[in-house]
Design a protein around this ligand. Structure first.
Ligand code: DNO
Length: 353
């Protein structure tokens, strides 16, 4: 496996490349042009600038997370043609700096959703939390207002640009069923996968987080059967997965090691994190350690190892520990601890081989 670390860019992240370089075994940064709105073509100069910076620290830029998909594509509107064209051009440009994997998602309107960015854990740290009842009763506009009024709450995927047209978007999605969303995803993939293939870039879809509908919006990348369906929409190794253990694992019915075993050849990118699930459907993100959460991270790593996984891995969200002020879930310390846990498991498995 190739270990990589998500980095939001200079001036946009509390973690520095100099710090990341001191985490053992990290070969690349997972990056994006966070200031380019979804649907627009990425400017080559900006892409080159990230590459130049990464080179200075000896990091590869193989994995991009994310090139966001414009809502018109998900909604299947006529205007999608322009945005698909832009997407294709971005893929081609990313190939010029050696990108190998593009992570994206197909969640309507919102990306990942939580109700509390800093819920206290018993050890005094804080972590991202999802409270089922709260979401059920919540007007999404309320959540958006909270986020807009508190810069510390910024979550990727909840960019102001995306949220500006929220009412219209909700209106537009009213008539979109799960099946429509599948059709729109198929249409998108049929157009972009040949371009990805020609550029040797794997398109790795991220599962929906949490893996169930929120605010009445459809969500389809949620379980084993649907991952299988996704891979069959376009049967190419370039139509691949970002298998996120924490997203899928929020639903106790999802057998994450089983998914890894079945799909390992089509997983381009592994997001690894643990979550503790509660009986009422709430969940909180924990340290990576198996004993701390509901997911057996050792078993998940074993499944990757047995499958001969050679793709990219990143520690996913971490807790906020040792007083660190950082983007929710994206501090330095707990993700670095997570990496050492993952390496510990992996190196032991390697030695036993
Ligand atoms: C959350 C991330 C997601 C992910 C997107 C992929 O921390 O895992 O925001 O980047 O869903 O497009």
């Amino acid at each position: 496996m190739k270990m990589v670390f998500r980095w939001y860019g200079e001036g946009n992240d509390t973690v520095t490349l100099a710090q990341i370089r001191q985490i053992p075994g990290v070969s690349g940064i997972v990056w994006a042009l966070h200031d380019v709105p979804a649907g627009e073509e990425w400017p080559i100069e900006k892409i080159m600038a990230v590459k130049k910076l990464a080179d200075r620290y000896g990091f590869n830029v193989d994995v991009v997370e994310s090139v966001n998909v414009h809502e018109d594509i998900k909604l299947g509107l006529k205007t999608r043609e322009l945005y698909i064209e832009n997407y294709k051009n971005t893929i081609t440009k990313l190939a010029r700096v050696g990108v190998k994997v593009i992570c994206y998602n197909f969640m309507p309107v919102f990306d990942w959703t939580r109700t509390d960015m800093a819920k206290g854990l018993a050890d005094g740290s804080t972590a991202l939390f999802y409270e089922n009842e709260k979401i059920k009763d919540m007007d999404p506009m309320e959540l958006v207002k909270q986020i807009a009024s508190n810069p510390d709450l910024t979550m990727p995927g909840w960019e102001p640009e995306r949220l500006r047209h929220l009412n219209e978007l909700f209106e537009a999605y009213k008539s979109v069923t799960d099946e429509d969303l599948w059709q729109n995803l198929k249409y998108f993939l049929e157009q972009i996968i040949p371009v990805a293939e020609a550029n040797a870039i794997k398109m790795a879809i991220h599962p929906d987080d949490p893996p169930w509908p929120v605010f009445g919006l459809p969500r389809i990348i949620t379980n084993h059967e649907n991952l299988r369906r996704l891979l069959n929409l376009v049967d190419s190794p370039y139509n691949a997965l970002t298998l996120c253990s924490g997203s899928l694992g929020a639903n106790a019915e999802n057998d994450v090691p089983g998914m890894v075993r079945e799909f390992v050849d089509r997983i381009a990118f592994a997001h690894i994190r643990n979550v503790r699930r509660f009986d009422n459907g709430d969940f909180i993100e924990t340290s990576h350690r198996s004993a701390d959460g509901s997911l057996d991270i050792v078993e998940i790593m074993k499944a990757y190892h047995e499958g001969g996984f050679t793709g990219y891995v990143r520690p996913d969200h971490g807790r906020h520990i040792w007083g660190e002020k950082c983007r929710p879930g994206y501090g330095l310390y707990d993700r670095a601890l997570g990496i050492m846990y993952l390496w510990g498991i992996w190196d032991t498995l390697e030695k036993r081989r």
